[in-house]
Structure formats: structure tokens, C-alpha cells
Write a protein that binds this ligand. Structure first.
Ligand code: PLP
Length: 402
């Protein structure tokens, strides 16, 4: 059976060029970048080349890039780092209800330390209203953290407007750009942000490596303590081979972005049209193709009403098709996605949410296969869903539409 991977928002396969770069650095440039001898100097040259490449891709200066172990660490360093550095100035943070857990749980940890956090609501598409940001800002606000694109729906936030309001009040702005990078143009100066998180494995680079853009002059405390690596802000022997591979993958992703984004948009639309033509009672969570809500070209989140997302995910997996749900398992229960709930999606519809996330290696034939397989699986799950049968019987038709 040929498998189909439609979970590229979870992680992507590493591209050949990045793999070759990583192997070459491990082989030819294995020194510790902090060592003084020639082996160390070679590794350092390699590291600084990668820093220039990442900075170039973001429109930043090389000295504004710190390397980390990934998106989660970058988010932690940005949020805790600013909060701890500015705690004398204030203790209020503004974020949104639809952030990744790397941001939300970080904020919750800070609340336990006495910080106060405002979680901004979103509209039915999952967008933050910049006017809500303005209203939330206070004299003691020390950070605004709003993601660039959502990992469950792909919906893009009006970040330029948000950061403008914060910057006018001299409040630093962080954005988690983990999903957006390589899919839509990302320029730190244009966005007007002070900190921006990057994760290597979302654009066909290696796992366990990332970066944080920190605008020159931004006050930041380290969250780890150790040696003086990365200007003392991120101590620990630097993972030069992975960083070099990430930089290569990022440069290629940015260079090929227009072409790949067009392909992804085409495949996303094909998937959407194919599904809604063949299956009834399907809801789009976020933005459907053609809607004027800005969205990443590769993510489509659909609720097949009456078909529990986890059950559909497993049925698709049996067919060799990998997708995901935004649900979280807590003590044996499946909790609906916090993102969909914040968008006002009813819990029973949120529980039916499936995220299809496409990548550069997906093909039209793969989408055709998914569209062919789905109706049968959805029908099978609906036919054994007590709620669907009960409500369907009540409305006398094809099941609930709300
Ligand atoms: N932020 C967003 C929006 C993500 O989608 C992810 C990963 O799923 C992360 C942060 C965490 O990144 P990492 O897996 O590199 O820790």
C-alpha cells in the first residue's frame, strides 16, 4: 500500500539537500564552535554562515539570530526571557486564546510566578481583532505574543497592525512564525516584531533545532545557564550540523516559496472541492479556499459532522493516510481542540475536526486517493455514531447540519 503523508504541519520529511549538508558538517566540520583551535574555528565559520543565511531569510541582521533546540524553546526563551528581563517595568502579558501550547503553557507558568496574562478572543475564523489588542494594552504590559499563522487552521493573524499598536507604546512583540515560515513571506522589519520563533523541522529541515530572532536592543534574560554560547543567551554546545542543515532548508524554502505555495494552494483546493462534492455536512474550520481570510496554502481543517475526528484519523491510518486532529488526550478523555473552541465551534463539531496539512512532496494523485477513500470511511463512522443516528432520525434526513 502506498502511504500518503498529509501531516506536514506536525513535521516534514527532511529534504535531501539539508541531509547532505548535515552529513558534510558532521564529517568535515565536527569541532566545538566554542573551541579556540582550527577545528573550532572551522565549526564557528560554518555556524556564522548559517546565521547569515537564516538572517537573510528573515530580513534580519546575523547578530539578531540565536539558535535553539526548536520552536518550543524559542517560544519559551522569547516569553520568559522578556518577562524576566522586564519584570521591574510590569507584569502584564497579552497573547491570544489560539496560540500553540508552547506559548500558552509558558504564559500559564508565568501566571504562577505572579504575572498577569490577557488571552485575547478570536472571531469565527480564528483571527484576533487588533482593536482588542489595543484595548488590552496597559501601562504595565511588557509583552504581546501573537502567532503569525495558526498550526491547526493555517489562518494568518493581522500581525503588522498588532505590532504597530504595541510598538507605539514601546511594548515588545513576539510572534511564533513556526508554521508560516517557508509558506508565506516573512520579514521581521515589515512585520514590526521584536522576537520571532523558528523551527527547523517544519520546512524540511532537521528536528530538534530552531532559531529566535531578537531585534537589536531587546531586553532578554536567558532561561538556561551555562557557558557563554550564543552571547550567553542560549548556553550549551552549539548543534552546528543541524543548524547548517536548517539554514540550507530555509534558504531553499524561501527561494522556492512562490512555486511551492502555488502548488500547495492548488492541491488544497482540489482536496476541498473533492470532499465537499462527495460528502455532505462538512464544516470548514478557519478559512475555505476562495474566502477572503488570509490563510496558509497548505492547511485545511474540516469537521465531518457526526464522524468523531479520532475515529476518522484511525480509519484513514488503516488506509495508509496520515492526518491529525487538534484534540488533546487528557486522562483518557479526548478534549476538543482549544483553537476550535476559541473560534466558537461547538464542542461536538470541534471533536469532528481533521487537519489535512500538505507539503512540497504531495501529489495530485495522492489527493485523488484521499478524496476517493474518505466518503466510505466517513459514512462508516457516521453509521455507528449513536448521536448522528439519533439526530438524523429526528431531522428525518442526512444527519445534523449544525
Ligand atoms: N509553535 C507552533 C505554531 C507549532 O506548530 C509548533 C510545532 O508543532 C511549535 C511551536 C513547536 O515547535 P517544535 O516542535 O520545534 O518544538
Amino acid at each position: 500500500m502506498r502511504r500518503v503523508y498529509l501531516d506536514n504541519a506536525a513535521t516534514t520529511p527532511m529534504r535531501q539537500e539539508a541531509m547532505e549538508e548535515m552529513v558534510a558538517v558532521y564529517r568535515d566540520c565536527f569541532g566545538n564552535s566554542a573551541s579556540v583551535h582550527s577545528f573550532g574555528r572551522e565549526a564557528r565559520r560554518c555556524l556564522e554562515r548559517a546565521r547569515m543565511e537564516v538572517a537573510g531569510a528573515l530580513g534580519a541582521d546575523p547578530e539578531e539570530i540565536l539558535f535553539t533546540s526548536g520552536g518550543t524553546e524559542s517560544d519559551n526563551l522569547a516569553i520568559k526571557g522578556v518577562a524576566w528581563a522586564l519584570r521591574e517595568r510590569g507584569r502584564h502579558i497579552v497573547t491570544s486564546a489560539v496560540e500553540h501550547h508552547a506559548v500558552l503553557h509558558c504564559c500559564e507558568a508565568l501566571e504562577k510566578e505572579g504575572f498577569e496574562v490577557t488571552y485575547l478572543p478570536v472571531d469565527r475564523h480564528g483571527r484576533v481583532d487588533p482593536a482588542d489588542v489595543e484595548r488590552a494594552l496597559r501601562k504595565d504590559t511588557i509583552l504581546v505574543s501573537v502567532m503569525l499563522a495558526n498550526n491547526e487552521t493555517g489562518v494568518i493573524q493581522p500581525l503588522e497592525e498588532i505590532s504597530k499598536m504595541a510598538r507605539e507604546r514601546d511594548i515588545p512583540v513576539h510572534t511564533d512564525a513556526v508554521q508560516a515560515l517557508g509558506k508565506v513571506p516573512v520579514d521581521v522589519r515589515k512585520l514590526g516584531v521584536d522576537l520571532l520563533s523558528v523551527s527547523g523541522h517544519k520546512f524540511h529541515g532537521p528536528k530538534g533545532v530552531g532559531a529566535l530572532y531578537v531585534r537589536r536592543g531587546t531586553k532578554l534574560s536567558p532561561i538556561f545557564h551555562g557557558g557563554g554560547h550564543e552571547r550567553g543567551l542560549r548556553p550549551g554546545t552549539v548543534n552546528v550540523p543541524s543548524i547548517a542543515a536548517m539554514a540550507r532548508a530555509l534558504s531553499l524554502a524561501v527561494a522556492e516559496m512562490e512555486e511551492i505555495a502555488a502548488k500547495l494552494s492548488f492541491l488544497r483546493e482540489k482536496l476541498y472541492r473533492g470532499v465537499v462534492e462527495r460528502i455532505g455536512d462538512v464544516r470548514v474550520n478557519g478559512s475555505s479556499p476562495g474566502e477572503p481570510v488570509p490563510c496558509l496554502p497548505n492547511i485545511l481543517n474540516l469537521s465531518f459532522l457526526g464522524a468523531e475526528g479520532e475515529a476518522l484519523l484511525m480509519a484513514l491510518d488503516m488506509e495508509g493516510i496520515a492526518v491529525s486532529t487538534g484534540s488533546a488526550c487528557s486522562s483518557g478523555d479526548v478534549e476538543p481542540s482549544h483553537v476550535l473552541l476559541a473560534m466558537g465551534v461547538p464542542p461536538e463539531v470541534a471533536r469532528c475536526g481533521i487537519r489535512f496539512s500538505l507539503g512540497r512532496y504531495n501529489t495530485e494523485e495522492e489527493i485523488e486517493r484521499v478524496v476517493e477513500v474518505l466518503p466510505r470511511l466517513v459514512e462508516r463512522i457516521r453509521s455507528i455514531s449513536p448521536r448522528w443516528i439519533r439526530d438524523g432520525a429526528r431531522t428525518g434526513g442526512a444527519g445534523p447540519s449544525g
